[in-house]
Design a protein around this ligand. Structure first.
Ligand SMILES: *Cc1c(COP(=O)(O)O)cnc(C)c1O
Length: 398
């Protein structure tokens, strides 16, 4: 029997539906009543290989049996192997492992400020984008351009300048002598899956080179195959100085990474740390994920199923008067016209489909990179019913 008060013991930081999830496999989740749900959120894009993939489960089991955590000040095998593979695969020089995307972005901010002390006369300001999301530590919230964060937890960490996204002129005007870096998401996920235009990101890279400031890409959501390439920067044909990874890297467990190139590799002993950073258990999971997504043919498969998803979603969207779709690969946003996205997501849950609504007028689809065409087809049926229900019963939970 469940303690009816148990849920009240949790600080209410989010409204959760009543379901209690007890099991997951691939693209499916089951609740405590044995009801099955097709999962197109995958823990907000973290379960890159779906629920409990055997490669991750086996890696965790093996590692847990031999060594969980010797401590961050000692080497462990997973830390070294993942560092080496991740740097090779991404063309980076150094990496630092952390537990979450927000922490990786904090690390990026610190690394850029350190670089500014060494190479830019102490410049420390970082230009970020309106509606951006970089996480929920105080500095990551301060860097974020999410309007709902503005009034929270004042005073914020100073040193951030916000400019409209996809506006190169505004970016150019904001970079000055005090600027040390520009920090952008290749696709703004929380803002409603809004991709950077090609001109914008390429222009941002050029601008950073010309003005002698660093380019930081927050690839916490877009990285590790989510957009159909290992990193989204590849899609845009650019190279950042610093890249942050999280979410998909651990395949569901807390693991994030801060990648740096060239003279952005400037941390020295004592400047960055964390008790769990680079622990053997999480890096073993990360290695299993990375090895899997780097297998020949994996990324082609992602792009192929992504194409199938986009075609199907576009069809359903047209039928209900929504769209056009946004995003890259398996990070897809569907803007809704005159319909509430949270309401549709709620009806979808009733239909056994997990999707989320990053904005009131936008649904987001971030399935496992291993999602099948059959999963996609089943999802479309359930989504279609959710749209119809949201239209016929708009007031029930609105
Ligand atoms: C999710 C996310 C973060 C924060 O990651 P956490 O692991 O939740 O701290 C940062 N940036 C982007 C782009 C994200 O999508």
């Amino acid at each position: 029997m469940r303690d009816p008060l148990a849920s009240l013991r949790l600080m209410k930081t989010v409204e959760r539906p009543a379901q209690l999830f007890v099991r997951g496999q691939g693209s499916w989740l089951w609740d405590s009543e044995s009801r099955a749900y097709l999962d197109f959120t995958q823990g907000w894009a973290v379960n890159s290989l779906g629920h409990s993939p055997s490669v991750v489960v086996d890696a965790l089991k093996r590692q847990a049996e031999s060594l969980i955590n010797p401590g961050p000040a000692y080497y462990n095998r997973g830390m070294l192997e993942l560092a080496s593979r991740l740097c090779q695969a991404s063309g980076s020089d150094q990496v630092y492992f952390l537990n979450s995307g927000a922490e990786a972005n904090e690390g990026a901010i610190k690394l850029a400020r350190k670089w500014g002390q060494l190479h830019r006369g102490g410049a420390h300001r970082i230009v970020t984008a309106c509606n951006s999301f970089h996480g929920r530590t105080l500095a990551a919230m301060s860097a974020s351009g999410k309007p709902a964060f503005e009034a929270l937890f004042e005073p914020k960490v100073p040193g951030f300048t916000k400019v409209p996204y996809n506006d190169l002129e505004a970016l150019a005007a904001a970079v000055d002598e005090q600027t040390v870096a520009v920090m952008l998401e290749p696709v703004q996920g929380e803002a409603g899956v809004v991709p950077a235009t090609l001109d914008y990101l390429q222009g941002a890279e050029r601008l950073c080179r010309e003005r002698g400031v660093l380019l930081i890409l927050d690839e916490v959501q877009t990285g590790i195959g989510r957009c159909g390439t290992l990193l989204a920067e590849e899609l845009y044909g650019i190279r950042a100085d610093i890249i942050t990874l999280g979410k998909g890297l651990g395949g569901g467990v807390p693991l994030a990474a801060l990648l740096a190139r060239g003279n952005a590799c400037c941390f020295e002993p004592g400047e960055q740390g964390g008790t769990y950073h680079g622990n053997a258990l999480m890096t073993a999971a990360g290695l299993a994920v990375l090895d899997t997504v780097l297998e020949p043919g994996f990324m082609e498969q992602v792009r192929d199923v992504a194409q199938h998803l986009r075609e199907g979603l576009a069809r359903v969207a047209r039928r209900h008067g929504h769209g056009p779709l946004r995003g890259h690969g398996l990070m897809v946003g569907l803007p809704l016209i005159h319909q509430s996205a949270p309401l549709v997501a709620r009806h979808a849950l009733d239909e056994g489909l997990l999707i989320n609504a990053p904005q009131a007028d936008c649904l987001r689809f971030t399935p496992a990179l291993t999602v099948s065409r059959a999963n996609v087809d089943e999802m479309l049926k359930r989504l279609n019913r959710a749209f119809a229900l949201a239209k016929s019963k708009p007031l029930e939970i609105a």
